[in-house]
Structures are given as structure tokens and as C-alpha cells.
Design a protein around this ligand. Structure first.
Ligand code: CTP
Length: 222
């Protein structure tokens, strides 16, 4: 195994172990194709960086990111949802908090073909059958790898005819049961890449405990 880099920083999180997931999972379809999403990992990397600056030991489970690793952060690269789940649960066994900032694919192809899927002349495209992935966040709440582990989720929402961003966030807070849920307005392409972000933090009962805060992803990570 790898040694965790020891934090040389004093700070409010000294002696704490914080696990952050970042990026977006990819689900392979064949050797050259995957189903994925547009998450870049900026918010998760900013959270990891700020936690390390405040003295925490930080494990950053990163799905398909291409960002520089912040100082003092232990990177665990993963690709699929199954790999992300294994890495997050393993790192959380001695952690104080886990922050699920990764965009996790809710579904994956039912079968992974060993050979590249070929286009067959005269026939249309074959449908892609999907199966549901585990909900990693809900699993951490239901079965905490460490007693007292603080479980924090993210909710990327757009308002729709059924409710506002905050209303969807409240419903998700109640459904997921995480200790804290950071609700993020991603309507109109907001919150993607290195753009500014705006967050409101809810507790498990859907009450606002912080925010709204707006600013760079580094600012809101604090
Ligand atoms: N999440 C997870 N496992 C999944 C899907 C999501 O752990 N299979 C986590 C994300 O990392 C995030 C939170 O759950 O912290 C909310 O993710 P989001 O995609 O907004 O929620 P969903 O439950 O997938 O709801 P929606 O119907 O809005 O997609």
C-alpha cells in the first residue's frame, strides 16, 4: 500500500481524515466505448484542497479527472461506479467525513461486450440495455463504514414544473438521509467546469444550515 502523505499543517481539521469523491463515473459498453457524464471534478478537487489546507489527511477518489492533485492529498483514481464505491468505502473505514461530490452514473450497460460492437449494414442500431447502479451515498448512510462517520452529499438540480432547485434539494435530502446535502443550481449550464458555483447546505430534515453561498468552487468549498 501507499503511505498517506503526512499533513504538516496545523489547522481546524488536524488529525481528521476526510474522504472526497470527485469527477464522473464511466460505464464501459465495449473495449472502446463508455456511458459517461460531463463532470470535470473541479468542485471535489477544491474540497480536497481546502480540507488539506486546514490540516486534514485527505483521500481523493477521482473518477476520470485530468486535474492536478492538490498538495497533501492522496489520489485514488477510478473509472466505474463499482470501483468508486469500493474505493470510497475502503477509505471511509477510518475517516471522519466523506463528501460525495462525484457525479455517479445511475445506470450501466447490462452487458460489457468483450469485442468492439460493430455496425451491421442494413440493420438499425441495437438498443442498449441498462441496469441500475448502487446508490453509494444511500449505502454509506444505511451502513456507515465507521461509526460516527459524517456523510455529505451533493445534489445538482435544475428547477422544473415539479419544483424549484431548493424544493428538489429538500426532497433529495429527505430521500437520501445524508447528514448534509449541498444543493447546487446547475440550470443553464451553471456549475460545470471551472465556473462559479452557488450552494445551499441542508441537513437530513431538509432545513437550511448554511448558504446560499456563491463564488468560485474554491470559495464555496470553504
Ligand atoms: N450518488 C451516489 N450513487 C449514485 C448516484 C448518486 O452516491 N448511484 C450521490 C452523488 O455523489 C451525490 C448524491 O448522490 O452526492 C446526489 O446525486 P444525484 O445524481 O443528484 O442524485 P440522484 O439520486 O441520482 O437523483 P436524480 O434523480 O436527481 O438523478
Amino acid at each position: 500500500g501507499h503511505e498517506h502523505p503526512r499533513s504538516t499543517t496545523d489547522g481546524p481539521l488536524a488529525g481528521r481524515h476526510v474522504v472526497v469523491s470527485a469527477g464522473g463515473t464511466r460505464e464501459p459498453l465495449d473495449p472502446v466505448r463508455f456511458l459517461g457524464n460531463r463532470s470535470t471534478g473541479h468542485q471535489g478537487f477544491a474540497l480536497a484542497e481546502v480540507a488539506a489546507q486546514r490540516g486534514a489527511r485527505v483521500t481523493l477518489v477521482a473518477a476520470n479527472t485530468a486535474l492536478p492533485v492538490p498538495d497533501g492529498v492522496q489520489l485514488v483514481p477510478v473509472e466505474t461506479t463499482a470501483e468508486l464505491q469500493d474505493a470510497v468505502r475502503a477509505a471511509s473505514a477510518d475517516a471522519d467525513a466523506v463528501i460525495m461530490a462525484a457525479a455517479v452514473a445511475d445506470f450501466r450497460p447490462a452487458a460489457l461486450t468483450e469485442h468492439k460492437i460493430k455496425k451491421v449494414a442494413g440493420t438499425g442500431p441495437a438498443p442498449i440495455e441498462l441496469v441500475e447502479n448502487p446508490d453509494i451515498l444511500a449505502g454509506l448512510v444505511a451502513d456507515r463504514p465507521r461509526e460516527g462517520l459524517l456523510v455529505i452529499g451533493f445534489a445538482a438540480e435544475t428547477g422544473d414544473e415539479h419544483g424549484s432547485v431548493l424544493e428538489h434539494g429538500r426532497a433529495k435530502a429527505l430521500r437520501k438521509g445524508a447528514d448534509l446535502l449541498a444543493v447546487n443550481d446547475v440550470s443553464g449550464g451553471k456549475g460545470f467546469g471551472d465556473q462559479a458555483n452557488a450552494l445551499t447546505i441542508l441537513d437530513a430534515s431538509g432545513e437550511i444550515v448554511a448558504g446560499p453561498v456563491a463564488g468560485s468552487k474554491h470559495d464555496v468549498a470553504g
